[in-house]
Ligand binder design. Structure first.
Ligand SMILES: *Cc1c(COP(=O)(O)O)cnc(C)c1O
Length: 419
């Protein structure tokens, strides 16, 4: 078995796993009850299920309703005790003050767009946003009279300034971007948004706990908790975090008006998943770095899109702003390969599942060319590409699996005589 970890320089490994190790202790301690006096407590808080909340009087019920910006228990659709506990934990991990848990990562992307935009506004979105976020902007925001412009994720401040309009009210970034992995200059986007009087929203799913959007000029952070937080491929859930009352009130009001909440069992699973996120990711991030470096040494590979490697667009922003890397990255193959070559390689893999989403304990692979929409994309002039999510399996097993697949790709190309 090839050991990909032999390829990893110790200082780079430390740079990639440090953030996960540093957050492990906090993840164990956050959002738990402490035993007091003679009162014992379960280690894990229970998930209480409920819709109706009973009050002692109408006046008490009325008072609870005024507490909707806090964790008061009002009605099941406005959150349960376990949801509010998860919200406090997410706000702390993200570095904000208030969080709203919602039923999916996509709901977390759409909630700030609904909360902060109105007819006649203009919104700037990174070209590399998660596909369904883009579809929501194109099909729903536009239908409600919001104008949408996509910007190249690696655009300079001057290029972006030219896209800002007097009616620009929101800038939506995702760093690194879905599928193409550009790490964005968030502080620059923060300055741009501030000058325009707009809010900067960052989809921070990849960088959970590794990047603090609020310390870098963002107003809103979005998390698909479905991924590393829940961490076991069995829960769909999301969260939106803010760092000021002015950003919180419209967000919370819109969440209530749109009926956005998450079931107590999903909140409970996510809180439970978070306890081990640091340990899981310390291992997964290390293996992913090994696999990425091993892929870089292969003749079939044109470019590895891993934020911790200089071959990834925006690597310098990762180095400046992130305390580690996660276990999801892209691979672009040489121009001589066809999509059919890559499809045969992927279909033949034994240890990578084929399927949507990521963030669980198991490795996954997905093609990233063909189906994704971009209006101004950066990775061009090469062959087919795929995205790897590295799980908890042994790194040697994963690279041996990939080696068989890549050998097959090379043999197919040699057979065509175009090498
Ligand atoms: C998966 C993902 C989402 C959506 O999360 P779901 O829970 O699957 O709806 C949003 N943003 C990013 C970056 C994602 O990877």
């Amino acid at each position: 078995m090839t050991d990909p970890m032999a390829l990893v320089p110790p200082d780079l490994l430390e740079r990639v796993v440090r953030g996960w190790r540093d957050m492990s202790t906090r993840l164990v301690q956050m959002g738990r009850d402490r035993p007091e006096g003679d009162r014992g407590v379960f280690v894990n808080p229970a998930a209480e299920r409920g819709s109706t909340v009973l009050f002692s009087s109408l006046e008490a019920m009325d008072r609870a309703g005024h507490g909707r910006y806090g964790p008061e228990l009002i009605y099941g659709a406005m959150g349960s005790p376990i949801q509010h506990r998860l919200e406090a934990v997410i706000a702390e991990i993200e570095g904000g003050t208030h969080a709203q848990v919602v039923p999916s990562g996509l709901a977390a992307c759409t909630l700030p767009l609904l909360a902060y935009l109105q007819a006649g506004d203009h919104c700037l979105l990174s070209d590399s946003v998660y596909g369904p976020t883009r579809r929501f902007a194109d099909r729903v925001l536009r239908r409600f009279g919001v104008d949408v412009t996509y910007f190249p994720p690696m655009a300079t401040e001057t290029e972006l300034q030219a896209l800002v309009r007097p009616d620009t009210r929101l800038v939506f970034a995702e760093s690194p971007g879905s599928h193409s992995f550009e790490v964005q200059d968030i502080p620059m986007l923060g300055r741009l948004a501030a000058r325009a009087g707009a809010r900067l929203v960052v989809d921070n799913t990849w960088g959970i706990g590794l990047f603090n959007p609020f310390a870098h000029g963002a107003h809103v952070s979005v998390q698909a908790l479905t991924k590393y937080a829940a961490g076991h491929s069995d829960t769909i859930i999301g969260a939106v975090t803010v760092a000021s009352d002015a950003d919180w009130r419209p967000l919370r009001d819109t969440a209530i008006q749109a009926g956005q909440t998450a079931g107590p069992d999903d909140c409970w699973l996510t809180l439970r998943g978070l306890r081990t996120m640091g340990a899981r990711l310390e291992r997964q991030a290390a293996t992913a770095l090994g696999v990425a470096l091993w892929l870089q040494s292969r003749p079939e590979v044109h470019r590895v899109l891993h934020p911790a490697l200089p071959s990834c667009p925006g690597h310098e922003y990762w180095a400046r702003d992130f305390s580690g890397a996660s276990s999801l990255f892209g691979v672009v193959f040489d121009a001589g390969f066809t999509t059919a070559d890559m499809t045969a390689m992927i279909d033949g893999l034994q240890h990578f599942g084929i399927g949507a989403s990521w963030g669980g304990y198991e490795s996954l692979v997905l093609p990233t060319t063909g189906g994704i929409s971009r209006s101004c994309l950066s990775v061009t002039g090469a062959g087919p590409a795929c995205r790897l999510h590295v799980g908890l399996e042994a790194g040697g097993l994963l690279v041996d699996d990939l080696a068989r697949g890549l050998d097959g790709m090379s043999a197919a190309r040699a057979g065509r005589g175009t090498d």
